[in-house]
Design a protein around this ligand. Structure first.
Ligand SMILES: *[C@@H]1O[C@H](CO)[C@@H](O)[C@H](O)[C@H]1NC(C)=O
Ligand SMILES: *[C@@H]1O[C@H](CO)[C@@H](O)[C@H](O)[C@H]1NC(C)=O
Ligand SMILES: *[C@@H]1O[C@H](CO)[C@@H](O)[C@H](O)[C@H]1NC(C)=O
Ligand SMILES: *[C@@H]1O[C@H](CO)[C@@H](O)[C@H](O)[C@H]1NC(C)=O
Ligand SMILES: *[C@@H]1O[C@H](CO)[C@@H](O)[C@H](O)[C@H]1NC(C)=O
Length: 948
C-alpha cells in the first residue's frame, strides 16, 4: 500500500477510489494474462524472537499491499527467509547461503549491528544490497560499504536529543553505561562530543559485557554509586538492560537523586509492548524514541496488522506493532519499487573463477549482475511511507523528530520532542514553541523522576560515605574577624567563626539543595598553622579537603590547580598611611580657598569699583578731595571696605557680591584648614620608593610579590600579622623599625581602619586583584552553583548584615581616605555676580559721563573758536577734576562721617532709585544732574563753572 505524497480531499478521493477500483479490476484481468517475473530476495532475522515474527508479518503485508496497488508491475519479490540464530556466524552463514545458492537480488536484515558488520562485507563483495532496518551502530557506515543501506536512524542521530535533555535540566556530568560490543561502542564518541558541547563532562564510562553475570553488574553499579555523578545514559539490548535495571533497583539506585536516560533502542524495546515487571523497575526513567506522526494510514495499518498477526499467531496476544515493524514494511516497499525500477534485464550472477581450487564457499562467491542497478534505484527511490517521507541519503534515512518519554505506570508518558532544527520542544506546533526558551526546563512537561518526585535531581552527589564536605579553613593569629579558629581545650572541640565563615554559611543556605559540610582547621597537632595559603589551597588538589573557605585571595597561580568561586568581597589591594596634622606647615593656606583666577578677578574688580567711586564722588564729596594720592587712597579704601566689611545700610549690588564671596571664602577656608590638618603623610607609592621608606604587608600574603613588582626593595619590607602589629609598626615610624605605609587587601584594610580610623587613611591607588573566593577542586560541579549563590547573597542585604556584625565598629568612623580633593572656590561659581555688579557700575559710570558731558558741552563747544581742540579738552578735564561747588552734599554732609560718602554714589545714576533711597537726603543733590524741569538751581550751575 503506497500513500502518494499529495493528500487526498474527501470528494476527489472518492472518485479516485472509484477509478482505482476500476483500475484494479482491469489489472486483475491483465494480471491473469501477462506473466510476472519472480525476483528472489533474502530475509535474515533471529527467527526465534517475537520481534522477528512481527517484522516478518510486516514484510509480508508490505508485499501483498504493494502488489495489490501495482498489479501491473512486472516483477514480484519472492522472500527467502533464513534464521540468523541470534549470532554473527548464523547471520553470515544465512547471508552466504542466500547469495550463493539462492542468488538473491537483495537481503533485508540482518537484525543487529554485529551481524550486519560481516553481512555488509559479503554484500559488498557480491554486489548484493543489504537493507537493514535495525542495525543502528554509526560505526557501520564508516566501513566503506556502498551496498549497505540503513533503513533506520543511526544511533548518533539521537545524541543531540540526549544532550539537549542534559542541558535543559542543568546536569553537568553524565556517565554512559553501555554494552561491550559494536552496538554499544558505536554511539560513545558521538555521545561524548554532544555532551561536551553542552558543557557536560563524562567523568567515567561504564562498559558492561554482554555475558556479564548479575554479580558483575552489581559490582559495577556499586562502583557508580560511590562516584559523584548521578546521571546515567543506558545504551544496550533489552536482555542486559532488564538485568541492569533490576539490579539497580535492588541496590537502591532507582531512587530519588538518580537520573536514568535510555537510548532509543532500549526505549523501543521496553515500551512498545510494555511488561509490568520491567516497567515497575524503571519508573521515572527518561527515554528517547523515534517519533512517527500519527496518521490515518498508520492507524488503519495497525488495526489490519493486529488482526493478521493474531490470525497467524493466536497465542501472542501481547504483541504490539513497533517501530521496527513499520521500518520493515517501508524497507520492503522501497525494495519492491527499486527492483521494478531496475528492470528485468539479468537476474543472474557472474560466477567467480571456479578453476581456482579454493574449497570454501566465501572464495567462490559470485557477483550479482543486477546489483548495481538495484542499488541505484534504491538510492533514488522516494515515497511517503508509514514512517513518513522515505528517502535514502548517503545510504541512510534522514533523521526525523525524536520524542522524549518518561516512564510512568506501565507506559512512557511523552514529555516533549526533539527535532534537529528546533531542539527540545514541548509540542511540534511551531507557533507555540516560538515563545519558549531553548534551555529552560519549561520546554518539556513535568518529569516524574525515580523516587516518585518531580524535583529535578541536581545530577551529582558528594561521593564520600558520610556525605559531608570536608572544608579546610586557615589558622592564623591576627584578623580573626575574617576567620578565627578557637580550640576549647576542655571539650577538645574547635569552633570556627568569622566573616568568611558566615558568608559561606549564608551561601550554602542559599543553594537550592542541602549541602552538609564541616570545617577542618588547617593546623598541625599543636594548633599552629600547617602551612601557607598556597599549601592550604594545594590540599584541595591533593583531595585532602573538598573545599577551602577563608580569606583566600583569587590569584592566578593557585587557579592552575584549583577552581575558585566568584569573589565574595570587594577586591583590590590598597595602601594605608597615617594621618598627620600639618596645619602650620603652610603660611599661605589662606590663599587656597579661592583659585588664582578668582583672586585676580576680585582684585581687578576692586580697582574698577574704586575708580568708578572716584569718578562719581570726587566732584561732590569732600572726602574725595585732596591730593591725587589722597583721592586714590580714599577710593580704594572705600572699595575695599565695601567688599570686605558688610555694609548694613548699603543695599547695593557691590555689597552683596562681596558678601557672598566673603562668606564662601570664610567657609571654604575653614574646611580647608580642617582638612589640611588631617592630611595623609604620603599619597604616592613612587614617593615611598624614592625616599626608601619602609612599608608593611601581611605575613604570608601575596601582596609581597606585588610590592616587589612595584619596585620596593626587599630590605624595606616588614611583615605584620594583625591590625595591632600593623599599628605598632606605624607608631614606631619608618626608619625606627617601623613603617611609613602598609599595603593590604581591602578587606584587611577595612579591619585595620575600623580599629584605628582616626589615625590612618586609605589612599586610592588600587591594585586590582580577584578578591576573596572559595576554593574547590578543578571541574567541581559545585563551583557554578556556589558562585550563583554568592551573587544571590551579596546582591541582597545579607552580606551587609554580616559585614556589620564583624566590622561594625567601622560605621562609627567618618568616611576616611580617598575623599581628599581640592575644594577651592573658583571664578566659575561667581562670574554671574561679578557680571551683574560690574555692569551696574559700568552703567553708573556711563550715565554719569554722558550727563557730565551734556552739562559741560559749552566748554567743548566754546565760543572762543580760536581755542585749539586740545585746550578745550584740557579745559573740560580740569572742570571734571574740580569739585562741584553747586552740589548740596558739601553743605549738608558731615565730612567726618566716612559712611556718608558712599551713600549717593551707587544710587545717583539710576533715576528709578530716587524713590527708593528716600533715606538719604543727599539724593536731592543728584537731582541736579537731572534734566527734569523741576531741578533746583539752574542758575548756580552756570556760575559755578565760571567760578572755577
Ligand atoms: C534483534 O536482536 C535483539 C537483541 O538480541 C533482540 O532483542 C530482538 O528481538 C531481535 N530482533 C529481531 C527482529 O530479530
Ligand atoms: C547518522 O545520522 C545522522 C542523521 O541522519 C547523520 O547526520 C550522520 O552523518 C549519521 N552518522 C553516520 C556515522 O552515519
Ligand atoms: C516480563 O518480563 C519478565 C522479566 O524479564 C519475564 O520473566 C516475563 O516473562 C515477561 N512477561 C511477558 C508477558 O513477556
Ligand atoms: C529566555 O530566558 C532568558 C533567561 O533565562 C529570559 O530572560 C528570557 O526572557 C527568556 N525568553 C523567553 C522568550 O522566555
Ligand atoms: C583532642 O583531640 C586530639 C586529636 O583529635 C587527640 O589527639 C587528643 O587526645 C584529644 N584530647 C582530648 C583531651 O580529648
Amino acid at each position: 500500500m503506497i500513500m502518494k505524497k499529495n493528500s487526498l480531499n474527501p470528494v476527489p478521493s472518492f472518485f479516485l477510489f472509484l477509478s482505482l477500483m476500476i483500475l484494479f479490476l482491469e489489472m486483475g484481468v491483465a494480471q491473469s494474462t501477462t506473466s510476472t517475473i519472480p525476483v528472489n530476495v533474502g530475509v535474515v532475522l533471529d527467527l526465534a524472537t517475537l520481534d522477528a515474527k512481527i517484522d516478518l508479518s510486516c514484510i509480508n503485508m508490505a508485499l501483498s499491499d504493494f502488489y495489490a496497488s501495482y498489479g501491473d508491475y512486472k516483477t514480484r519479490l519472492v522472500l527467502n527467509t533464513r534464521d540468523s540464530k541470534k549470532d554473527v556466524i548464523g547471520a553470515a552463514a544465512a547471508a552466504l547461503d542466500l547469495i550463493k545458492n539462492v542468488e538473491v537480488q537483495a537481503i533485508l536484515g540482518p537484525n543487529t549491528s554485529m551481524q550486519a558488520n560481516f553481512v555488509i562485507d559479503l554484500g559488498e563483495k557480491a554486489r548484493v544490497p543489504i537493507i537493514s532496518f535495525s542495525a543502528t551502530s554509526p560505526s557501520l557506515t564508516s566501513i566503506r560499504s556502498s551496498y549497505f543501506l540503513r533503513a533506520t536512524q543511526n544511533d548518533s542521530a539521537q545524541v543531540n536529543a540526549i544532550s539537549a535533555i542534559v542541558q535543559a535540566f542543568g546536569w553537568r556530568e553524565a556517565v554512559p553505561i553501555y554494552i561491550d560490543n559494536e552496538y554499544g561502542e558505536g554511539i560513545i564518541p558521538y555521545l561524548t562530543d554532544a555532551l561536551q558541547e553542552v558543557d557536560a563532562r563524562v567523568p567515567y564510562r561504564s562498559v558492561i559485557s554482554p555475558s556479564a553475570t548479575d554479580d558483575q553488574i552489581v559490582e559495577e553499579l556499586y562502583k557508580l554509586m560511590t562516584m559523584q555523578t548521578r546521571v546515567f545514559i543506558v545504551h544496550m539490548y533489552r536482555s542486559l538492560g532488564t538485568r541492569l535495571f533490576t539490579k539497580a533497583k535492588e541496590i537502591g539506585m532507582m531512587s530519588e537523586g538518580y537520573v536514568w536516560i535510555m537510548t532509543d533502542g532500549l526505549s523501543v524495546d521496553f515500551l512498545s509492548s510494555p511488561n509490568h515487571s520491567v516497567t515497575d523497575t524503571i519508573q521515572g526513567v527518561l527515554g528517547i524514541k523515534p517519533y512517527v506522526p500519527r496518521t490515518k494510514e498508520l492507524e488503519y495499518f495497525r488495526a489490519r496488522w493486529k488482526r493478521q498477526f493474531l490470525r497467524d499467531n493466536p497465542n501472542k496476544i501481547d504483541a504490539e506493532l513497533n517501530i521496527y515493524g513499520l521500518l520493515a514494511y517501508d524497507a520492503t516497499t522501497a525494495l519492491a519499487l527499486a527492483v521494478e525500477k531496475a528492470g528485468t534485464t539479468n537476474f543472474g550472477f557472474q560466477m567467480a573463477n571456479v578453476s581456482s581450487n579454493s574449497s570454501t564457499d566465501l572464495a567462490t562467491l559470485g557477483i550479482s549482475l543486477n546489483g548495481p542497478n538495484i542499488l541505484r534505484a534504491l538510492s533514488t527511490t522516494s515515497f511517503k511511507g508509514l514512517t513518513g517521507d522515505y528517502l535514502f541519503v548517503d545510504g541512510q534515512l534522514q533523521s526525523p523528530a525524536f520524542q522524549i518519554v518518561n516512564v510512568n505506570g506501565n507506559a512512557g508518558r511523552r514529555i516533549g520532542f526533539w527535532t534537529p532544527t528546533e531542539g527540545l520542544v514541548k509540542t511540534l506546533n511551531p507557533r507555540i514553541n516560538k515563545r519558549k526558551n531553548s534551555t529552560s526546563t519549561s520546554r518539556v512537561s513535568t518529569v516524574i523522576f525515580p523516587g516518585d518526585t518531580n524535583a529535578v535531581p541536581k545530577g551529582w552527589e558528594i561521593p564520600t560515605n558520610e556525605k559531608k564536605l570536608k572544608i579546610g579553613v586557615p589558622v592564623k593569629s591576627g584578623f580573626s574577624e575574617l576567620v578565627g579558629v578557637k580550640k576549647d581545650p576542655g571539650s577538645n572541640t574547635t569552633t570556627v567563626t568569622g566573616f568568611c565563615i558566615d558568608v559561606f554559611d549564608a551561601v550554602v543556605k542559599a543553594l537550592p539543595y542541602a549541602l552538609p559540610y564541616e570545617y577542618i582547621p588547617f593546623a598541625n597537632s599543636d594548633g599552629e598553622p600547617a602551612g601557607t595559603y598556597n599549601d592550604l589551597a594545594y590540599q584541595v588538589y591533593l583531595k585532602n579537603y573538598d573545599a577551602v573557605v577563608g580569606d583566600i585571595t583569587i590569584v592566578y597561580n593557585r587557579s592552575l590547580y584549583i577552581d575558585y568561586t566568584l569573589p565574595f568581597t570587594e577586591s583590590g589591594v590598597s595602601m594605608i598611611v597615617p594621618i598627620a596634622d600639618n596645619s602650620n606647615k603652610n603660611a599661605w593656606v589662606f590663599m587656597k580657598p579661592l583659585t588664582r583666577d578668582l583672586w585676580v578677578t576680585s582684585f581687578l574688580f576692586f580697582v574698577f569699583i574704586g575708580f568708578v567711586v572716584w569718578v562719581l564722588e570726587h566732584r561732590i564729596n569732600d572726602d574725595f578731595r585732596g591730593s591725587a594720592s589722597d583721592q586714590a587712597g580714599t577710593s580704594f579704601w572705600f572699595s575695599f571696605s565695601t567688599m570686605v566689611f558688610a555694609q548694613r545700610n548699603l543695599p547695593s549690588l557691590v555689597n552683596s557680591t562681596s558678601t557672598v564671596v566673603l562668606a564662601s571664602y570664610t567657609a571654604s577656608l575653614a574646611s580647608l584648614l580642617t582638612v589640611e590638618q588631617l592630611q595623609p603623610t604620603v599619597t604616592d607609592v613612587r614617593e615611598l620608593i624614592k625616599k626608601g621608606e619602609y612599608v608593611g604587608y601581611q605575613k604570608g600574603s601575596f601582596v609581597l610579590g606585588l610590592l616587589l613588582d612595584l619596585g620596593f626593595d626587599k630590605s624595606k619590607l616588614m611583615v605584620y600579622s594583625s591590625a595591632e602589629e600593623c599599628h605598632h609598626l606605624f607608631s614606631k615610624g619608618s626608619g625606627n623599625g617601623g613603617i611609613a605605609a602598609a599595603f593590604d587587601e581591602l578587606a584587611f584594610i577595612k579591619l585595620i581602619l575600623s580599629g584605628y580610623c582616626s589615625k590612618y587613611t586609605m589612599i586610592d591607588p588600587k591594585f586590582k586583584t580577584g578578591g576573596f573566593g572559595f576554593v574547590f577542586p578543578k571541574g567541581s560541579p559545585l563551583v557554578p552553583d556556589i558562585s550563583r549563590a554568592i551573587l544571590n547573597v551579596t546582591e541582597g542585604d545579607e552580606t551587609k548584615q554580616i559585614e556589620g556584625a564583624w566590622f561594625g565598629k567601622k560605621s562609627t568612623c567618618p568616611e576616611s581616605g580617598s575623599s581628599i580633593s581640592s575644594n577651592s572656590l573658583s571664578l566659575k561659581s561667581f562670574w554671574g555676580l561679578f557680571l551683574i555688579a560690574g555692569l551696574a557700575a559700568l552703567l553708573a559710570l556711563i550715565i554719569f559721563v554722558v550727563m557730565f558731558v551734556y552739562r559741560e558741552r559749552n566748554v567743548l563747544r566754546s565760543s572762543d573758536s580760536t581755542a585749539s581742540i586740545w585746550s578745550r579738552i584740557e579745559n573740560f578735564f580740569r572742570i571734571f577734576i574740580q569739585r562741584d561747588s553747586t552740589s548740596s552734599t558739601f553743605r549738608q554732609s558731615d565730612p567726618n562721617d566716612r559712611n556718608g560718602i558712599s551713600l549717593p554714589i551707587m544710587c545717583a545714576p539710576s533715576p528709578s532709585a530716587y524713590s527708593v533711597d528716600t533715606e538719604y537726603p543727599a539724593n536731592r543733590s543728584s537731582a541736579s544732574y537731572d534734566s527734569s524741569p523741576n531741578r533746583e538751581a539752574p542758575q548756580e550751575e552756570v556760575i559755578d563753572h565760571e567760578n572755577n
